[in-house]
Design a binder for this molecule. Structure first.
Ligand code: PEP
Ligand code: MN
Length: 272
C-alpha cells in the first residue's frame, strides 16, 4: 500500500484515518434549502457543505447558479453548523473574491485541462479538489494535478466522478480503480463522487459504498431537501431525509476497511 500525504483544511485532515464526507445540493438555490441541508448533513457526520454558485451547465438555458449571492448563503449556512465549504471556481477572476466563501476550491470535470485555471489556483494557495475530466485518462488527470503542484501548492485532493464509456445505464462510469492508482501515482488523497457517476438516485448508494470500500479518502455526495424541485441534478440527489441512513451504511463499510466517519454534530444552531 502506498502512503498518502494528508491535506489539512482548517481542522479537517483529508487522507488520514477519517473518511471526510462532503455533502449538499448541486447548486445553492435558496436560504431555506441550504440551511436545512447544512443542518442534516452536519448531524450525519459531514465535515463540508457543498453547493455550486457558478454552475457549468451543458445547456445555456439551464439554471446557472446564484453567483456571489449563492456563495454568501453557502458560507452562512456552513458557519451556522460548523461546516467547511467546497464549491466550484470557474475562472481566475473569481479566485480572490472566493477566499471569503470557499474553503476548498473545486475544479470541475469540464475544466480539468484548463491550464491557466490550474496554474492560477496553484498560485492562490487555496486547497484544490481536482475532479477528473470525464473524457480524460488517469495519466492526464495526474498531469493536471502536477500543474497545480508545480506552482508550489501542495494541497491537492483528487476526485473520481465517473468517466464517459459506451455504457448509458449510468450517467458516467465510476472508475473505482482510479482511486488506488491516483493515490499511488501522486501520494495525494483521492475522494469519490458517486452522484455524477450514477446520475440517478437508484445507483448512488452502491457507488458510495464501493468508493468507501476501494479506499477513497472522502465522499462528495449531492443531497437536496426536495429533489423533484431541484434546479439542477435533481435525479441524482439523495433526498435529505434519506441522507442519515446512507451515511450510516457508509460508516459501516468504512469501519470494515479501517476508516472512520464521525458521528454527527449536535444540532446546536438554529435553522433559519
Ligand atoms: C458538480 O459537482 O456539481 C459538478 C458540476 O461536477 P462535475 O464537474 O464533476 O460535472
Ligand atoms: Mn451536480
Amino acid at each position: 500500500m502506498s502512503s498518502t500525504r494528508a491535506v489539512t483544511i482548517r481542522d479537517c485532515a483529508i487522507g488520514g484515518p477519517e473518511l471526510v464526507v462532503m455533502a449538499g445540493p448541486c447548486a445553492v438555490e435558496s436560504r431555506e434549502q441550504i440551511f436545512r441541508t447544512a443542518e442534516v448533513v452536519s448531524a450525519s457526520g459531514a465535515r463540508f457543505l457543498r453547493g455550486g454558485a457558478f454552475k457549468v451547465r451543458t445547456a445555456p438555458t439551464a439554471f446557472q447558479g446564484l453567483g456571489w449571492d449563492g456563495w454568501k448563503l453557502l458560507r452562512e449556512a456552513a458557519d451556522a453548523f460548523s461546516l467547511l465549504t467546497v464549491s466550484e471556481i470557474l475562472n481566475e477572476e473569481q479566485i480572490e473574491g472566493a477566499r471569503r466563501y470557499v474553503d476548498f476550491a473545486q475544479i470541475g470535470s469540464r475544466n480539468m485541462q484548463n491550464i491557466p485555471l490550474l496554474r492560477a489556483l496553484g498560485r492562490s494557495g487555496l486547497p484544490v479538489m481536482l475532479k477528473r475530466g470525464f473524457g480524460c485518462t488517469i495519466d492526464e488527470w495526474v498531469h493536471a494535478a502536477e500543474y497545480v503542484l508545480g506552482e508550489g501548492n501542495p494541497d491537492v485532493v483528487m476526485c473520481e466522478r465517473g468517466i464517459r464509456t459506451f455504457e448509458t445505464a449510468t450517467r458516467f462510469t465510476l472508475d473505482v480503480a482510479a482511486v488506488p492508482i491516483a493515490k499511488q501515482r501522486l501520494g495525494l488523497p483521492v475522494i469519490v463522487d458517486p452522484s455524477h457517476a450514477a446520475g440517478r438516485l437508484d445507483w448512488v448508494e452502491s457507488l458510495t459504498l464501493s468508493g468507501v470500500a476501494c479506499g477513497a479518502d472522502g465522499l462528495l455526495v449531492e443531497t437536496h431537501p426536495d429533489p423533484a424541485k431541484a434546479l439542477s441534478d435533481g435525479p441524482q440527489a439523495v433526498p435529505l431525509a434519506e441522507f442519515p441512513a446512507l451515511m450510516e451504511k457508509a460508516r459501516r463499510v468504512a469501519h470494515a476497511v479501517g476508516r472512520t466517519i464521525p458521528a454527527g454534530a449536535r444540532l446546536e444552531a438554529a435553522a433559519c
